[in-house]
Design a protein around this ligand. Structure first.
Ligand code: GDP
Length: 442
């Protein structure tokens, strides 16, 4: 899912990667490309407009952290804006509100073939896992096959199904099923209603009357993600007539573009609550805007990295370091403050995991014990030794090794690491010029 958008956005970010800072010029072009990518992904044009103006505003007003590069900051901005159009960070929005006086009534509505019956089974399974007593109601009176389908699902799950093939009154069935649910102490009633190929008044009247009769706690519009903007238009119609409480998007597994997913919340103002990602009953997930946004971006978890950096790094510190590095080489004091900054952000290993492409780095490369050892060695040096490593002769090295509980060869290794780093930094400086780049790549 979201393959096209994901690829396009990745290439925008990649182009920014060489830039040290967000500037009006580089941001303009990047934003133009993001806009194209969204439109190609079939996102509603009004949503694209709002999204783009949000990104623009944030990007130009952003105080860029010295230790982060333009692409990292931009990814974070796009992520935040995506999260916001997908529903923001309100965790309660994605959940079903359970009634304080059970049973909770959930009415599923939508066009024929959108996946209502399958979703009724998926929801039932979801609640069953949470120890709820569920009743499914076959209220599609026009298609006997739909009733059979729900009964099969019920048997498969061991969930009660209320059906009455002889009753041709959908409102009456809903009312009776409610009475039955109360009598048999169910926690949740899921009503699978009839659909049509297109929206029509007769269907809307019937659904409205069911709503009036049983006052559902949730009216969830089930939308087929593969129908793109059609799903969004139909959702709007259902919302106008029935005042839905949320949306379940099905067949997201088959939707490479993601236009419906990205538009439906913003256009209807109603939260996406669950997504269907396959035909099987467990191919069903609660919807979290932030998780979906980072999935769309497919950027490992740069976003969390930026957040951690924003929390942990004092700009002054980063700036001082970058400045020093750009003037001359690093000394052991600088090395120590680098480690301290990394520490503040969490463990070295956990940070590597968040970096795209570095998640698979061998454990040996980022060994925490190794870092502790290095810190101990540096801490055993005098301030002058930290500044001028060339002072470190044989007897000083021995003293430092003793003081830090390491060996002279460990001390030698660290000295050559510092030399190596300085060599690398010189190369970076030549290539990129700026101090930020060097700082970020430490
Ligand atoms: P209804 O007419 O709205 O009740 O739709 P159904 O539940 O009968 O689903 C229509 C078709 O979509 C069936 O073949 C389902 O297996 C399929 N379907 C439903 N949800 C999903 C989903 O999330 N992913 C995929 N790939 N297929 C789904």
């Amino acid at each position: 899912m979201f393959n096209t958008l994901n690829e396009k956005l990745q290439s925008v970010f990649k182009k920014m990667r060489g830039e040290a800072r967000i500037t009006e010029d580089n941001i303009k072009e990047a934003i133009r490309q993001v806009k194209m990518a969204m439109l190609e992904a079939d996102v509603n044009y009004k949503v694209v407009k709002k999204f783009i103006s949000g990104v623009q505003e944030k990007a130009l007003g952003e105080e860029v952290l010295k230790s982060l590069s333009a692409d990292q900051v931009f990814i974070k901005i796009v992520n935040d804006e995506l999260t916001s159009i997908l529903g923001g960070e309100d965790p309660s929005a994605s959940k079903i509100t359970l009634s304080s006086t059970p049973p909770t009534i959930i009415m599923l509505v939508g066009l024929q073939g959108s996946g209502k019956t399958t979703t009724a089974g998926k929801l039932a399974k979801h609640f069953q896992k949470n120890d709820k007593r569920v009743l499914m109601v076959a209220d599609d009176i026009y298609r006997p096959a739909a009733i059979d389908q729900l009964e099969v699902l019920g048997k498969q799950l061991g969930v009660d199904v209320y059906s009455d093939k002889d009753n041709k009154n959908a409102v009456d069935i809903a009312q009776k099923s409610y009475e039955y649910a109360k009598k048999s102490a169910k926690d949740i009633v899921i009503i699978d209603t009839a659909g049509r190929l297109h929206v029509n008044n007769e269907l809307m009247d019937e659904l409205f009357n069911i709503k009036k009769a049983v006052s559902p706690d949730e009216i969830l519009f089930v939308a087929d993600a593969m129908t793109g903007q059609d799903a969004v238009n139909v959702a709007t119609k259902f919302n106008n007539d029935l005042d839905i409480s949320g949306v379940i998007l099905t067949k997201l597994d088959g939707d490479a573009r993601g236009g419906a997913a990205l538009s439906i919340r913003e256009v209807t103002g109603k939260p996406l609550k669950y997504v269907g990602v396959g035909e099987k009953l467990d191919a069903f997930e609660p919807f979290y805007p932030d998780r979906m946004a980072s999935r769309i971006l497919g950027m490992g978890d740069v976003v969390s990295l930026v957040e951690m950096a924003q929390d942990a790094i004092e700009e002054d510190e980063a700036e001082k370091l970058a400045d020093k590095v750009s003037k001359g080489g690093m000394d052991f004091n600088d090395m120590l403050s680098q480690f301290k900054m990394i520490r503040k952000m969490g463990s070295f290993e956990s940070i590597m995991k968040l970096m795209p492409g570095m998640g698979n780095m061998k454990k040996a490369d980022v060994d925490e014990d190794q870092i502790k050892k290095i810190e101990a060695i540096i801490n055993s040096m005098t301030p002058r030794e930290r500044r001028y490593y060339k002072l470190l002769n044989g007897s000083r090295k021995k003293r430092i090794a003793r003081g830090s509980g390491t060996s002279v060869s460990d001390v030698n290794k660290l000295i050559s690491q510092l030399q190596q780093m300085n060599k690398m930094l010189k190369k970076f400086k030549k290539k990129y010029g700026g101090a930020d780049k060097i700082d970020k790549n430490m």
